[in-house]
Design a protein around this ligand. Structure first.
Ligand SMILES: [Zn+2]
Length: 184
């Protein structure tokens, strides 16, 4: 299966920010757990609500660490999956001048500081296969998400920068209305 891969436009407020060191105002909690850049977070909520409405449940990140990742979290995950012992593997990475080899049975991971997770723009969706993946392929783009790699169908990232997609705008305005009503 081919996944639509598009270049990422960074939200303006991420320019100059060190990956994995996002200040708290650039992070927003998402349901059911984790955090993303505020624009990606609202798009995720809209996408998740649409998935639920179409009977795709659960629609969640693989784990809390599969949303925004600090440099420390990325390094911890990277060092758990890669070894400096040379082995035959599909993934070899250089980190701090040292070669690392993916351990057998482990999913690849970007070197710390180079992942879209470090910018709060990527989510790994739990069990991205079957009906869930089919649904994602048909719907992610409407919410500003697309893929990064053909080899990682679960990994989607928010690619539209500051241009909030129409469906996300609709979701946000619906919620603003609700907030006004609940204030009555
Ligand atoms: Zn990922």
């Amino acid at each position: 299966m081919k996944y639509p891969v598009k270049p990422v436009v960074l939200p303006a407020d991420l320019r100059g920010v060190q990956p994995g060191r996002l200040p708290s105002y650039l992070l927003k909690p998402i349901r059911p757990y984790g955090a993303l850049h505020p624009l990606a977070a609202q798009a995720w909520e809209a996408l998740r609500k649409a998935a639920h409405a179409d009977g795709i449940r659960p629609f969640k990140p693989t784990s809390m660490a599969d949303t925004y990742r600090s440099l420390e979290t990325q390094e911890k995950g990277f060092l758990a999956r890669y070894t400096t012992a040379p082995i035959a593997t599909t993934s070899v990475r250089t980190y701090k001048g040292v070669k690392y080899y993916l351990k057998p049975g482990m999913a690849p991971m970007a070197t710390p500081g180079t992942s879209m997770h470090n910018l709060g723009l990527a989510v790994d969706v739990s069990d991205a296969s079957g009906d869930r993946l089919t649904w994602m392929l048909a719907n992610c783009d409407w919410y500003g998400f697309c893929w990064e790699l053909q080899s990682e169908p679960w990994h989607i990232r928010y690619y539209v920068g500051d241009k909030v997609p129409l469906k996300v705008q609709q979701f946000v305005s619906l919620h603003a209305d609700r907030d006004i009503r609940s204030a009555d």
